[in-house]
Design a protein around this ligand. Structure first.
Ligand code: FES
Length: 111
């Protein structure tokens, strides 16, 4: 059974809409994105190779991040790998905005 942990990511005003960045939480790099007033968080490392998804291309209309190395697309909502060459998902994490602050809940190790 894995434990979950909720931590503050940032202030709402610290990330402009249409951007993605990362936070290190207990040695795990989380990519989090703001699209309009919606926030998303997924593991930052592409499931195809060890590349930072946050350095890829944010497709705001589709709520997708495209890997910068080989172009696989991942759902920001679920972490699902939507296009090849990635076939495995990345973990997605619940986000909550409260009183101008953004919190993420990380589930325990999935391995
Ligand atoms: S490293 Fe991301 S698609 Fe290959």
């Amino acid at each position: 059974m894995s434990e979950s942990k909720t931590v503050k990511l940032c202030e709402v005003d610290s990330l402009e809409p249409g951007n993605i960045t990362t936070a290190d939480i207990d040695g795990r790099t989380i990519a989090y994105a703001r699209i309009g007033d919606q926030w998303f968080a997924i593991d930052d490392t592409c499931s195809h190779a060890k590349v930072s998804l946050s350095e890829g291309f944010l497709e705001e209309d589709d709520l997708v991040i495209e890997c910068p190395l080989h172009g696989a697309s991942f759902s920001l909502e679920t972490g699902e790998a939507l296009t090849l060459p990635a076939i495995k998902p990345v973990a997605s994490h619940a986000i909550e905005v409260k009183d101008g602050e953004v919190f993420v809940t990380i589930e325990g190790d999935e391995s």
